[in-house]
Design a protein around this ligand. Structure first.
Ligand SMILES: NC(=O)c1ccc[n+]([C@@H]2O[C@H](COP(=O)([O-])OP(=O)(O)OC[C@H]3O[C@@H](n4cnc5c(N)ncnc54)[C@H](OP(=O)(O)O)[C@@H]3O)[C@@H](O)[C@H]2O)c1
Length: 253
C-alpha cells in the first residue's frame, strides 16, 4: 500500500516511516526538504498520486498565534483538497489530548481548526489525540522560562514516549478509519513541574523551578483534568520515570 507521511522527517514522522517500511509498505516521507510543501501546495499532487493513506504529522515552524493558525488552516485545506482529487481512502492526523479544553491558547485554536477541516472533509479519517511527548519536556521548560527561572504548572499530565506514539500510529494507519478521535497516552500520570524538573536535572540544567498554578500552558490555564486522557485511552508501555534516567539534551536547532 502507498502511504504518504506529511512531516515524515520530524520526530514522530521519521519513526513512523521506518515502522511502515519494515511492514513492506511503499512509504513516502514528505516535507519541504523532499519538495512537498503543504503551505504552498508544491509537490502535493504528484506525491499523492496512487496513495491510499495520508498521515499528517507536520508541525508549524512558528508557534506565534497568527502564524500557527495560518499553517494549520492553509496546510489542512491544501492537503485535504489534493487528497480528494487523488482519491485517498484514509486521512490520519496527530493532535493533542485536551485540544478542545485549551482554547485560550493560539496553538490549540489552530489545532482545533485543523481538526474541524478534517471532520468537515469527505475523506474517511482517524484523529489521533496524543498526550505530551517525553521529548517535549524541554519545550515546556522553555515556554515557562523567565530569566534564570523556569515557571511551571503543577497540573497533571500523562506524557508518552515518541516510540510508543509511532507504534500506536502504525496500527491506526494500517487499520480502518475511526471517523472519530482515538486517544493515546503514557502509562503514568505525573505533575508537569515534577516531570520537567526531573528532565532538567538529568540534562544538567540547573535553572530554578518555580511551581505556580497560574502558569499558563502555551497561553491556557490548566487544572488536573485539562491535559489528561479519558477512560478507554490506549496506553504506551514506556514509563517516564525510566526514560528520564537516560534522557539527553534536545538536538541543537
Ligand atoms: N509535542 C508534543 O508533545 C505533541 C503532543 C501531541 C501531538 N503533537 C502533534 O504531533 C505532530 C508532530 O509533532 P513532531 O514533534 O513530530 O513535529 P516535528 O518534529 O517538529 O516535525 C515537523 C514536521 O513538519 C514538517 N513541515 C514543516 N512545515 C511543513 C510544510 N510547509 N509542509 C510539509 N511539511 C512541513 C517538517 O519538515 P522539515 O523537516 O522539512 O522542516 C517536519 O517533518 C504535530 O502536529 C503536533 O501538534 C505534539
Amino acid at each position: 500500500m502507498k502511504i504518504v507521511v506529511i512531516g515524515g522527517t520530524g520526530l514522530i514522522g521519521s519513526k513512523l516511516v521506518k515502522r511502515l517500511q519494515v511492514k513492506g509498505h511503499e512509504v513516502i516521507a514528505a516535507s519541504p526538504a523532499s519538495g512537498v510543501n503543504t503551505m504552498t501546495g508544491e509537490g502535493l499532487a504528484a506525491v499523492l498520486t496512487g496513495a491510499q493513506v495520508v498521515v499528517d504529522v507536520a508541525n508549524s515552524p512558528s508557534f506565534g498565534d497568527k502564524a500557527v493558525m495560518e499553517f494549520f488552516q492553509t496546510s489542512g485545506r491544501n492537503l485535504l483538497t489534493a487528497e480528494a482529487v487523488a482519491g485517498v481512502k484514509h486521512h490520519v492526523a496527530l493532535s493533542v489530548v485536551g485540544t478542545e479544553r485549551l482554547q485560550d491558547s493560539g496553538y490549540f485554536r489552530a489545532k482545533l481548526a485543523q481538526e474541524k477541516l478534517i471532520k468537515d472533509a469527505s475523506i474517511p479519517y482517524t484523529l489521533v489525540h496524543s498526550t505530551q511527548f517525553f521529548e517535549f519536556m524541554f519545550g515546556i521548560a522553555q515556554s515557562g522560562a523567565q530569566g534564570d527561572k523556569v515557571h511551571l504548572s503543577p497540573a497533571l499530565m500523562q506524557p508518552i514516549y515518541s516510540d510508543d506514539v509511532a507504534d500506536a500510529l502504525t496500527d491506526l494507519v494500517l487499520g480502518s478509519p475511526a471517523n472519530g478521535v482515538v486517544e493515546i497516552a503514557g502509562p503514568e500520570p505525573i505533575r508537569i513541574a515534577d516531570a520537567v524538573a526531573s528532565y532538567l536535572r538529568q540534562i544538567g540544567d540547573g535553572r530554578e523551578i518555580v511551581v505556580d498554578d497560574k502558569t499558563r500552558y502555551f497561553g491556557a490555564l490548566l487544572d488536573d483534568k485539562t491535559l489528561m486522557p479519558a477512560d478507554g485511552v490506549q496506553l504506551g508501555k514506556t514509563a517516564f520515570s525510566e526514560w528520564v534516567k537516560t534522557a539527553t539534551p534536545p538536538p541543537a536547532r
